[in-house]
Design a protein around this ligand. Sequence first.
Ligand code: HEM
Length: 580
Amino acid sequence: MRYSSNLNHLYTHTISTYIRMHFIEEFSSMSLTLIVSFVTLILYIWLRRNWQRFGWDSSKPLPPGPKKLPFFGNSFDMPSTHQWITFSKWADQFDSDILHLKVAGGDYIVLSSYKASTDLLDKRSGIYSSRPHVTMIQDLWDGDLLFLPYGESLHAHRKLFHQEFHPTNSSLHRPHEKKATIVFLNNLTDTPEEWLKHIEHLTGTTILAVAYGIHVQPKDDPNIAAVEKMISVFKAAAMPGAFLVDVFPILKYIPSWFPGASFKQKAKAWRGIFQETITPPFMHVKQAMASFHYYGYLTYSKYPRKKKPIQQVNGTAEDCFSLRCLQKVKNPDPRPDHLSEEEEIIKETVGTMYEGGADTGITALRTFLLAMMCFPETQQEAQEELDCVVGRERLPDYNDLDESLLPYVSAIVIECFRWQPIVPLAFPHQSVAEDTYKGYYIPKGSIVVPNVWRILQDEKMYGPNTDVFNPKRWLLPTSDIQQRGLGAVSRWKLNPDMPDPMLVSFGFGRRVCPGKHMGLSSFTMNVATLLYSFNITPPMGKDGILIKPEIKYVSVPLYLLNAPSNLVQKTMLQLSDRHY
Ligand code: HEM
């Protein structure tokens, strides 16, 4: 009985073990099948969704481009400087004005012709007007117009810019530009060897006056120093690929004390510098605009926490971009040292003037000076035109800067923008939907870059030898005598059939530069005044022979600006007074 019970037990145990093992076996083969099926299904769905993305749909291939490595794509092909030149070589190699690259897992579309750039960025601007996400700037260092994705916030920022910098408003800014130019000329006369410092001072002075009505000291002004500091910080933050967090945005969640998270402390310190630069001058305008603010408060006895303004006083704020925007605010914060949401947007928008207008203006003037030294005959011709039109008694004025009066000077300005475009890849756009162009598939989220440099080197559009600075490519000789004032005569007129390079130099579509008119008008004024006042020559060697500077450009990280090299910066210039 005991035996049988043991046997029974053994029997039962054996059966249960068998059942368990069988079940486990069954289960594991079943679960394996399930897992495999599930993974296959996910893979299938993912492949179906991404079929086109990887260019495997032969009916809609991706645009051509250099061969991609598995996982790394074209990451190793991407040049670290002068990208526009490499992109241009690839456009020739693949005989295509639209290229596709795979970089750090993202899709990169390069447009190499005027047609492709305007077809996509202008005509389909509903798709191509966003910006790629730069975590270091957007998440860790507050929003910024330049980097804002397409949407309501961008719309609100750009609206303020458009209202202010519409060409009909240019008379508001010109007195400031003119005043800054006079200070610039004085500084150049005193210390011509510090010409680069004076150019930086010039652009900073103009921006501070237009933005906040601040009138800086002719030299060593702390406001200018603050602006310069902010710009250098901004350049470091926006340098492509400088921070791992831009490649792996998830890193933004690691705490700042974590080893390797120094980028978070940097972002915090930079945010501080940014706010310290843009907040005080803006608050100053708000406080000085006392007619729109309340000078004191009454406390209701029934609602002790509610306050009521008791007095309004007349404002002392100077007319400027900030003031004009503040005057239109519907919901201001009544406290002079606080800002409502609407006022915060204004503060940020006005602050973007530094980023948009400072380095671009400086680079444009450096290119102009380099061109004048390397192509002296163009300088002479422009000076003759200025002498005829303006005379010798006064500086050029905005009324003179009409292309019908000073066509040669106008052609120099246009040629500066064409010869060495300041922003050779514009500023990257991002697509918000998938698209097809010329039969090629463009994935949603692609970073789209117009190769402005290549477009402006196109000999079919701009005539032969586009590497040479030649203002005459824009001009026609004319026998029409255009007379003005002193009996000025111009031998030239602008050729109306030439394509306008300004249509590409300032970007495209809904992200086109909102400071375009101001940038162009102040650059033209500076060019005319410099040509009128000084002879611009390269420095003289010990043997008394002029040292012609090398035409060498470096890419400056932020917008990938195309600036004359540091070598040129140090050696480049000698100024001698003409009429100043
Ligand atoms: C010679 C001078 C200038 C040049 C060559 C220039 C060029 C450009 C370019 C190429 C872009 C990118 C456009 C795009 O993404 O398609 C841009 C954007 C911008 N520029 Fe300018 N710019 C100049 C002067 C200015 C000035 C004086 C201001 C301010 C008053 C300014 C403010 C801006 C702003 C705020 C943006 C960002 C627009 C956005 O992202 O929606 N720029 N500029």
